[in-house]
Design a protein around this ligand. Sequence first.
Ligand code: UDX
Ligand code: UDX
Length: 472
Amino acid sequence: MKSENTNKMKITNICCIGAGYVGGPTMSVIAQKCPDIKVTVVDINENRIKAWNDPNVENIPIYEPGLTEVVKEARGRNLFFSTDVDKAIDEAEMIFISVNTPTKTYGIGKGMAADLKYIELSARQIARVATSDKIIVEKSTLPVRTAEAIKNILDNSGKGVKFQILSNPEFLAEGTAVENLLNPDRVLIGGEQTKDGRAAIEALVGIYQRWIPKERLLTTNVWSSELSKLTANAFLAQRISSINAMSELCEMTEADVEEVARAIGADSRIGSRFLKASVGFGGSCFQKDILNLVYIARSYNLHEVADYWEQVIIINNHQRSRFSKKIVQSLFNTVSGKKIAFLGWAFKKETNDTRESAAIYVADALIEEQANVVVYDPKVKGEQMYADLDYLASRDIDENRNKLIVADDPYAACKDAHAIAILTEWDEFKTYDWKRIYKEMQKPAFVFDGRNLLDKEMLTEIGFVHYAIGKS
Ligand code: UDX
Ligand code: UDX
């Protein structure tokens, strides 16, 4: 770190541990915007790094609109992907930690708490390797007060190296990652309220300031920053569960959930975004972060707070399961041996990420009812679909391969099907030749639109029996 007269640190070398959906795009954009800073993204997963370094930039492991262009510009110039974690840590003045923090699958807090083992491993590795002062930036979403644990590990390295810990949670949404990184609503930086803490905050502000207006860079104490990220995700997910809860009531009362959403969204206090009823939210964050919030609240004996947020997850699970039940009921109470075509497997459009996607749970429920599920998704690979189903451990993995077939063409997926279920809102589904699809299906031909994507009038005119969320 070069010290300037004003005590400002000039950062020339940063690294990021974790080349995933957050670390990869975030660091690519930082490298593009700061050509004078060397940016190294490291990961223990050799295949992932190999893919990031693939000479054909189309083969990078994460699909995000606009990302290949950013990587093309910066890779090899000041953006590097590597598995040599020690070297990158040693050289960097600022280290982002962007490893995953999944829900714990064992021990105390199983199924609720965030598993911080990768965070701790990263901190221990930094403590072991570092020979000069460093700023550590928490990028991963973490329980409030995690910075304290990281600091304890680092401060006891016994080498006299000084560390400053910043919390800089990432708010990007997948599918719009590059756009969100280039033009964020805000960037949040939490740090220690001391002279050194403020200098570290300023160093990170100095990076973002290159392309983001200063008024959008919010600085807070570390704990507010950590908790704000959990709170933001909880509020966003709560809006979806709220509208999804109303969708079921709409179906009973002949109200139309889209009309209700439009009517309430016009109130500027409520706002119109994130009010789209669906088969249920997915993604790596909402469920994990709310479960974690619930766990933290319970650990402070705040049971009413915990119950309040837990309800968001309960409604989401209910929304998924009532969608699969609707399919079974509509198909004359049995789907055994029937072909159900899924359009979409990703948890939302414009991404190949499938973590916690509603499609996984709906497929699992239908396979349990002995349906034959055939899936087409424009970006998700078949091996990922099988990995997702196998992870639920509901049955033998061979049976998953018998009961779920991957199609690489949507018309083949739908041919001879008894029903089609829309699980992801890919735009291309709207442009299909629905007359041809109808002709080639079993009759009556059902469409279950879990995303309210398709035009109901068009489908019913063709002859489909049509079900959409929150519509009678
Ligand atoms: C996200 C966010 O970082 C986090 O905020 C959120 O809470 C969930 O996970 P994401 O980038 O989406 O992370 O996760 P993932 O795509 O799994 O990437 C994490 C990467 O870290 C993986 O490539 C993994 O191999 C790597 N990793 C993990 C390491 O390099 N070292 C480790 O010790 C553990
Ligand atoms: C979310 C947050 O938006 C982001 O700020 C945070 O950094 C990570 O978690 P992400 O999970 O990538 O981002 O996508 P998001 O657009 O929030 O969608 C999450 C899920 O909710 C998707 O399954 C989506 O289809 C669903 N959704 C979203 C709805 O069902 N209805 C809506 O109105 C909005």
